[in-house]
Design a protein around this ligand. Structure first.
Ligand SMILES: [Zn+2]
Length: 480
């Protein structure tokens, strides 16, 4: 991206505390995914008159854990405010949230997240972290801009949401992507948000270039889409700049289907909302003792795990960074290490072929069909000389896509390595007959030998033992 454009990107990340069983202010189940619409509700989360919210203490503890992990300063007292606005996703016409003005304090202020972008360390500052309730879920038949009507599902209303707001320290879509990846890994390691929950992390992105007005892109639901939306928005704003059109302050929507941002409304300012203290909830005192107790119970975080991977498994810093970028991936690696004595080889296979296959299929490591045992078994088959590394790559590809155990694939498809010298000799004969020119070349130039080896491999679909094949071809060239 162009340096001189002075791109400023800030993110507001909304994280559902999916590890909580219940909603933020009532005992309704927070596990609404896949449930019939409007079945997980009560007078509190539906906002019926007279219903009183009761704060979920565990949610506050989780929020404190996140604040500690992000180096944020926790406020000694937590207050809730009513953020008043009229919209179909809000049953009460207000959202119980926190407010950093008019005497309000968020759960925590300041802090930072450190991550690497192409090997370079980058730090993004955190502005504040606050706890609030999720609004209901709106379902649009078709797209948000074309739907003739909107459906409302209140199952999500009241689910505990952590809002993490960054300073506008991000300069490129790529940095935003790596920031989010690191943040997710931290949240997963803390155990407050489960892995790969579609939509459990949603993002608003603020972006301005060269001092132009700030444009907000609302409700982006995947990291890849954050990347794409920012990329689109930078190009759009750059074009405007070029043609002397002022960027207006507005809220835009990321249209996943069309891969563009569209204007939703000219940005409301904070005065469009009315905030006032929530009278039904008493302030929560957050004592030093409570914080200390929570800090003592904190699980291992990605950075610490990375350092441990380097010292315990003797892998490179780069490998350790990639492996800990995703908790499930790090778990997969560690489980494999228990069953297989060569961590470096494991890291290579996981980061190379396994991740490549995941990328190709669009699967997350959580949806991986191959088990730790099967993956290790594949490497063992190479070590035992049963299959070649080349065949192993093919088997892995199939195992990831079908869930079929590698050993079964080897059996079913007759992929065992051929070390039968008589058989290989026959194939070598064939190749020598078919490529006399290459044989002459190989006698003078040893580099041409590879071509002959390659032909044997092609005829055996990569199954011929490369060592035997090589030796046999060389000795035939020498006339033995
Ligand atoms: Zn409820």
């Amino acid at each position: 991206m162009d340096e001189d454009l002075d791109i400023k990107i800030g993110l507001e990340v909304h994280v559902q505390l999916t590890a909580l069983k219940t909603k933020l202010f009532c005992k309704c189940s927070a596990n609404y995914r896949g449930m019939p619409p409007n079945t997980l509700t009560c007078p509190v989360c539906l906002g019926h008159p007279g219903a009183l919210p009761v704060l979920n203490k565990k949610a506050v503890e989780y929020a404190i854990m996140v604040a500690l992990a992000l180096n944020s300063s926790i406020s000694p007292q937590m207050l809730f405010f009513r953020k008043n606005y009229f919209y179909v996703d809000l049953p009460k016409n207000f959202q119980i949230s926190q407010y950093d003005k008019a005497g309000g304090v968020p759960l925590s202020v300041g802090g930072w997240v450190e991550f690497s972008v192409n090997g370079e360390k980058k730090r993004v500052r955190i502005r504040r972290i606050q706890l609030e309730e999720d609004p209901a879920r709106l379902v649009y038949p078709g797209t948000i801009t074309t739907a003739p009507y909107t459906l409302v599902d209140f199952n999500r209303a009241g689910v505990a949401l952590l809002e993490i707001v960054t300073e506008p320290d991000i300069k490129t879509p790529e940095e935003a992507y790596f920031f989010l990846q690191k943040l997710r890994s931290i949240l997963e390691h803390l155990g407050v948000s489960s892995e790969n929950m579609q939509g459990s992390m949603r993002c608003d992105a603020n972006i301005s270039i060269k001092g132009g007005a700030r444009v907000e892109i609302k409700n982006i639901s995947s990291f890849k889409d954050v990347y794409r939306a920012l990329q689109y928005e930078i190009i759009r704003q750059k074009q405007q700049l070029k043609h002397g059109i002022a960027t207006v302050q507005e809220t835009r929507h990321w249209d996943e289907d069309r891969q563009i941002t569209v204007s939703l409304r000219v940005k409301e300012t904070e005065s469009d909302y009315r905030y006032f203290p929530e009278p039904d909830l008493v302030p929560v005192r957050i004592s030093e003792e409570w914080i200390k107790k929570i800090a003592a119970q904190m699980p291992e975080l990605p950075d610490a795990r990375k350092e441990r991977f380097i010292s315990e498994y003797k892998i490179t810093e780069y490998d350790a960074t990639v492996l800990t970028s995703n908790k499930k991936l790090a778990d997969f690696f560690e489980e494999c290490c228990k069953l297989y004595p060569n961590p470096k080889k494991l890291a290579n296979w996981i980061m190379g072929d396994l991740l490549r296959n995941l990328n190709e299929t669009g699967l997350d490591v959580t949806q991986l069909a191959i088990t730790v045992e099967q993956f290790v078994d594949l490497l063992k088959m190479i070590d035992e000389g049963i299959i070649s590394a080349k065949i192993a790559k093919r088997i892995l590809r199939e195992a990831v896509r079908t869930g079929k155990p590698p050993r079964k694939i080897v059996e079913d498809e007759g992929l065992l390595k051929i070390d039968d010298e008589e058989f290989i000799a026959k194939i070598v004969d064939e190749v020598f007959r078919e490529f006399p020119k290459a044989v002459e070349d190989a006698k003078k130039d040893r580099r041409a030998v590879n071509f002959l080896v390659g032909q044997v491999m092609r005829k055996t679909r990569g199954r011929a033992d490369p060592n035997i094949t090589n030796k046999m071809i060389l000795s035939r060239l020498e006339g033995k």
